[in-house]
Design a protein around this ligand. Structure first.
Ligand SMILES: [Zn+2]
Length: 178
């Protein structure tokens, strides 16, 4: 598996430099930007450093990995650092049970690119994401069926839309990680 490391610059909005406590699960996302590339999404996370710390509308966002529509994988953060991908005002009770009160502390974030607004993933993205998640499960002694989550299952956000619309495809995804 070919992973291109394009680590973000340390900054308060996308790479706070906090240690990931321990990886208790993997959160799957869609980039929600049809046709965008893995590198473009990584560069968006990087660009957040240019925001003013005093801006009340400043955005905090990042993920450990972004997977492109051709199955290319970009790593944005080291696996022992926290990313901002699953933060919310409230969390689902089962997510709090699994991750504690701040899931970003202990969740690996993986963003998947998609060609169009339906959010359907290409076969290459699906295959690369499942191979990556399988490797992460091995590394952190996680079980795909229980420890791979959609962002939706953590916070209720419609993310990734395709797996929210088609839960059977998410089940297939997890099975491919096993
Ligand atoms: Zn998400």
């Amino acid at each position: 598996m070919d992973i291109q490391k394009l680590l973000l610059t340390q900054n308060m909005f996308s790479r706070p430099g906090k240690k990931l406590e321990s990886a208790k699960g993997i959160a799957i996302h869609w980039v929600a930007n049809a046709g965008s590339s893995a590198a473009a999404n990584r560069n968006y996370f990087e660009s957040l450093k240019n925001q003013s710390p005093n801006d009340p509308a400043a955005r905090y966002a990042s993920a450990h990995f972004v997977i492109g529509i051709e199955g290319d994988i970009v790593q944005c953060l080291p696996l022992d650092e926290m990313a901002y991908h699953a933060g919310a005002k409230t969390y689902k009770p089962e997510a709090i049970t699994a991750f504690g009160h701040y899931p970003n502390n202990c969740a690996i974030g993986v963003e998947l690119c998609h060609p169009d607004a339906s959010g359907k993933f290409t076969g290459d993205t699906f295959a690369a994401a499942s191979a990556l998640a399988r490797g992460l499960c091995d590394k952190f002694a996680l079980r795909p069926a229980e420890n791979i989550w959609t962002h939706h299952q953590i916070t209720g956000k419609n993310c990734p839309k395709r797996f929210v619309d088609h839960p059977d495809e998410f089940e297939t995804f997890k099975a491919c990680c096993d």
